[in-house]
Design a protein around this ligand. Sequence first.
Ligand code: ADP
Ligand code: MG
Length: 336
Amino acid sequence: MTTAKKVASKSSKSELGIDVKDLKVHYDTPDGVVKAVDGVSFSLRQGERMALVGESGSGKSTLAMALMRLTRAPGRIAGGQVYVGGRDMLDLDEEEMRLQRLNEVALVPQGAMNSLNPVMKIKNQLLDGLYDHQTEGDQKMSKEEQVEIVEKLLTAVDLAPSVAEMYPHELSGGMKQRVAIAIATSMEPRVIVADEPTSALDVVVQRNVMQTLGRLQEGLHASIILIGHDMGLVAQFSDHVGVMYAGRLVEVGPVKTVFKSPKHPYTRLLIKSLPTLSNKKDFIGIPGLPATLLNLPEGCAFCLRIGQTNPEKIPWVNVAKDHFIQDCKKCSSYGK
Ligand SMILES: Nc1ncnc2c1ncn2[C@@H]1O[C@H](COP(=O)(O)OP(=O)(O)O)[C@@H](O)[C@H]1O
Ligand SMILES: [Mg+2]
């Protein structure tokens, strides 16, 4: 599809960018099945930004890889649908899916700065993805076209064209992260999944890189799923937030509403554990140990964290406009 056509087909504001239904990703381990993503559903319109937060081990990266259909053994996608542009990604054959990556869905992987090839010049890493998507009938790019495309991609992420001739070790962490973002957006994807894109950077660089990512995403009118454990950073960037606990979403809603009035006990604890000037003397952490995802029961996973049990299936409840929680009768008032 040409860029003009693509932009036209992506321009409808109300069109869904991504629609995830009951996605399950399991790891088969010698000790049993780890349900790292256990029935996750959410959708985003084009141009919308959603943050996915949750502590380490809650299944965020597993979810990100599954959205790209990059799950590898011992992991497997155990169920669900991932609609992008009206097609279920999980239903495509391998070749069709290869063409969808970068073109429709693109990932800025966790630790993206280490995902660059150390022995390849930046320009070749930028062109790699584009070549990979050429089909047999396509004309080869001329040298001039290559230089032009590389320059355009680098400029879009605020890097100098001279970076094209460099190797990753010659770049700072922030610059490498910008290259990773340039690769992810090189084919103007409809959906961008960014897995902790700035967690290894200092706060000033973090902010600048996020601004660049946001500007690109807006320009493409792409949906973006920003994964992070830092509630503060992701909240600044996003319109919506989804909170993950033990492989499940437990609360979703507009960032402002969720921050102002978190309804799930785990979200409340996450927000309370953010450092502020007024509580700087008392560090408020989250009690208990993170859930083990092995043989997790059907019912409420958070109850186990606080020494309770509720084996019943927990319903979704609409608590405010666009704001939903997994409403467990046993633990919902915990930490109020
Ligand atoms: N290759 C693997 N084999 C077995 N379990 C795994 C594997 N990768 C991840 N897991 C488990 O899946 C869960 C979620 O991991 P992950 O998606 O990396 O979480 P997050 O990104 O939120 O930190 C963790 O309990 C982790 O131990
Ligand atoms: Mg992760």
